[in-house]
Structure formats: structure tokens, C-alpha cells
Design a protein around this ligand. Structure first.
Ligand code: SF4
Length: 149
């Protein structure tokens, strides 16, 4: 007999993601490949209980409907469970972000790498902040990993 944990992993899982080609469309081979890999990874390991429902496994069928992104969630056999709808922003704003010229970027990176090399050689550049409190003050999210607390 299966344990409670394995029962939960069977019922609280997503086992299929099928993008609606008619509304989401297809794109370049590279992007299609990336999508397939992302879906594969998602299906391999997930925990999924839509709206507290716990009688899966589930199949997710995303589609675009007008200006809404619809997550049509069904049981693996196709029986409908719930649809979650995200209103996509109307009149999306496109902002051009000016970048420096390539030569300027190259020059800055070159100067930075020289500074780093000199600082490393002279031991004047600390490889990491002196303690966890300093890392907290920087707002870094890796404090537990680096300092163990
Ligand atoms: S916690 Fe962040 S800032 Fe501090 S040493 Fe680790 S990576 Fe660097």
C-alpha cells in the first residue's frame, strides 16, 4: 500500500502542459526547444493543487483569449477542474532603454577588469564582505549559503 506522501504526490501533480497553438502560436525552433525543455522540467518535478483541489493529477492548457491569459486546468483525463484567468495589460508600454555604445561598454569593462586584477594582486579587494551582517546590509539573498546562518 502506498504511503500518504506518495498518494499526495500522485494527486497533487501536474502531468501535462499543452500550449494552445492557435492563440499562443509557434515561434522559432530555438524558442520551441526552450519551451519544450521548460515544460519537461516543470512536469518532472512539481506540486500542484489548484484552488485547494486535491484529486489530480492535472493537465494545464494555457491559451490567450482576447486580452486574457487563461490557465485551463483539467484532470489528466480531460475533465474540467478550474480556469484561472489573468488579465493582460491593455495598451502595453514599450520603453526604449538607451545603452552606451559598444566601444564605451568595452572600454568600461576593460578598465574594470584591470582594476580587479590589480586589487587581487595587491590583496586590496576583499573577496567577500567581512561578515554576515555586512552581507545582510547589502541585501544579498545568499547569506545562509555563504555564512551558514
Ligand atoms: S552572502 Fe552575498 S554578498 Fe555575502 S559573500 Fe555571499 S554572495 Fe557575497
Amino acid at each position: 500500500m502506498a504511503s500518504d506522501d506518495s498518494d499526495k504526490s500522485k494527486t497533487g501533480r501536474l502531468v501535462a502542459v499543452t500550449l494552445d497553438e492557435a492563440s499562443i502560436g509557434r515561434t522559432s525552433r530555438d524558442v520551441e526547444h526552450e519551451r519544450a525543455v521548460a515544460i519537461y522540467d516543470l512536469i518532472e518535478e512539481n506540486s500542484f493543487r489548484p484552488g485547494g483541489h486535491d484529486a489530480g493529477p492535472y493537465a494545464l492548457n494555457p491559451r490567450i483569449d482576447g486580452n486574457r491569459l487563461v490557465f485551463d486546468i483539467r484532470l489528466a483525463d480531460g475533465a474540467p477542474v478550474i480556469a484561472q484567468i489573468v488579465a493582460l495589460r491593455e495598451n502595453p508600454e514599450v520603453i526604449d532603454v538607451p545603452l552606451p555604445a559598444a566601444d564605451t561598454i568595452r572600454a568600461r569593462l576593460g578598465a574594470l577588469s584591470e582594476q580587479l586584477a590589480v586589487a587581487r594582486r595587491d590583496h586590496t579587494y576583499p573577496r567577500k564582505p567581512p561578515n554576515a551582517a555586512a552581507c545582510h546590509a547589502l541585501g544579498c539573498g545568499y547569506v545562509a549559503r555563504c555564512w551558514g546562518h
